[in-house]
Design a protein around this ligand. Structure first.
Ligand code: PAF
Length: 284
């Protein structure tokens, strides 16, 4: 595995590559888990070369968010990537990625101001930070295909839209959420949960599954009642704070006016100081 740490290094590596052969790219913020590994394994299977980036992107964190305490097990991550057979690791530091003030940013309208982008949640600046860094990484790596996990469904939709609107020409591959055996979606933030919090965290997925059952049941109910049912499952979690529970159109992410499928049911909660998100796509 080659490790590159500056935009200049990865650009020169990329320029020297022969035109033939596809490049699979998996952008990450590190603290790698089975979810990331499933993306990397798929990228390896489907491409001649696989590039993984590891960069905790400061501009996608709000001033009150967990940038400082975001896990950074750099040595463990590097060993894991080597073992998995990744060809290139791109691991820049903040100064290398943002040497000056960031005067240019990517704003994907509409999709970014709902769910996690709502002002009452992380706010739209979060996704502008994500879109900007992914655009930079896409420009540096110039991959054929890029792999993203559906736990961050809204992020995937935003990147798909950016890729289409800016004619980037990259194939965005949606990959299924990887879960622990009790249903909890794999996330780098799970390591921040206390043992007690970890025990009750799967109730987030249980609440979404309850929603799926309700959407598929013949009994008609109002959106208010539907949300109330999910909320009551979530409120059985000790010390939980509900950030949002939303039922949205899977493409536009606009809120549904009544409980119906197909739809994306998404929720975010806080357990102590840790924020968890999850979603399920409910088909008819
Ligand atoms: O999903 C993530 O880990 C990050 O948002 C990403 C896509 C690597 C951009 O920093």
């Amino acid at each position: 595995m080659i490790t590159l740490t500056t935009p200049h290094q990865i650009q020169s590596w990329r320029k020297r590559l022969p035109a033939r052969g596809s490049i699979g790219f998996v952008p990450t913020m590190g603290a790698l888990h089975d979810g990331h590994l499933s993306l990397i394994k798929r990228a390896k299977k489907e491409n001649a070369l696989t590039v993984v980036s590891l960069f905790v992107n400061p501009i996608q964190f709000g001033p009150k968010e967990d940038f400082a305490r975001y896990p950074r097990p750099r040595r463990k991550d590097t060993a894991l990537l080597k073992k998995t057979g990744v060809d290139v690791l791109f691991a820049p530091n903040t100064k290398a990625m943002y040497p000056n003030d960031v005067l240019t940013s990517v704003i994907v309208k509409d999709l970014t101001d709902t769910l996690c982008g709502a002002p009452s949640s992380r706010g739209p600046a979060h996704f502008s930070g994500v879109a900007t860094v992914v655009a930079k990484l896409f420009n540096l790596v110039r991959p054929t295909q890029a792999y993203f996990g559906l736990k961050d469904y809204q992020q995937v939709r935003i990147i798909e839209q950016m890729n289409e609107d800016l004619n980037m020409g990259i194939t965005i591959i949606r990959c299924p959420t990887v879960r622990d055996s009790d249903g909890l979606a794999r996330s780098s933030r799970n390591t921040l949960l206390s043992p007690q919090e970890r025990k009750v965290a799967p109730l987030l997925y249980a609440a979404l599954q309850r929603g799926r059952k309700l959407l598929r049941s013949p009994r008609k109910m109002s959106l208010r009642e539907f949300r109330h049912q999910i909320k009551s499952t979530l409120l059985t979690i000790p010390n939980v704070k509900i950030d949002y529970i939303e039922l949205v159109d899977p493409k536009t992410l606009h809120k549904c006016e009544s409980p119906r499928a197909p739809a994306l049911l998404a929720a975010a909660i806080r357990l102590g100081t840790t924020r968890l998100i999850d979603n399920i796509l409910v088909t008819r």
